[in-house]
Design a protein around this ligand. Structure first.
Ligand code: ZN
Length: 138
């Protein structure tokens, strides 16, 4: 995915610009499995999810674009949260991994088409209703 593609389709996401300019130094790949992000195999939504660069509260907080990393449901807004226990995404939930098995969980989800379809739906849902997922300002 090129940075051009990002800004073109999602001009309102300032964090993508920040990321592309490398201001933060946050190494998301430290915690994620090494997966092939070939454009022909992965949709944009999937790339966002598996790199942790999506519209997740956890991520927005890291980039100082949100005052909190907490989802509007009261839980920490990590990628796994939205796929396993957020009350706003129950239609696409998968089994929640225990903390020490998160890498395996990502790998497993990434290698199953059905799981990847769910991820795509979740990202679309969060993108379409992003205000719903953001807690009220303090
Ligand atoms: Zn939530």
């Amino acid at each position: 995915m090129s940075s051009q593609e990002c800004t073109k389709s999602n001009g309102d996401y300032a964090w993508q610009k920040n990321w592309d300019e490398g201001k933060t130094g946050w190494k998301v790949h430290d915690t994620l499995p090494k997966i092939s992000l070939s454009p022909s195999n992965w949709s944009r939504a999937e790339v966002l999810y598996f790199t942790g660069r999506g519209p997740f509260q956890y991520f927005l907080k890291r980039f100082h674009l949100s005052h909190t990393s907490t989802c509007s449901c009261g839980e920490e807004g990590t990628p796994i949260h939205y796929a396993t226990d957020c009350i706003l995404t129950t239609s696409w939930h998968m089994t929640k991994p225990s903390a020490h098995l998160q890498k395996e969980w990502y790998r497993s989800v990434a290698s199953h088409q059905l799981s990847r379809n769910k991820i795509r739906s979740i990202i679309a849902h969060i993108t379409n209703y992003k205000d719903l997922f953001r807690p009220d300002p303090p």
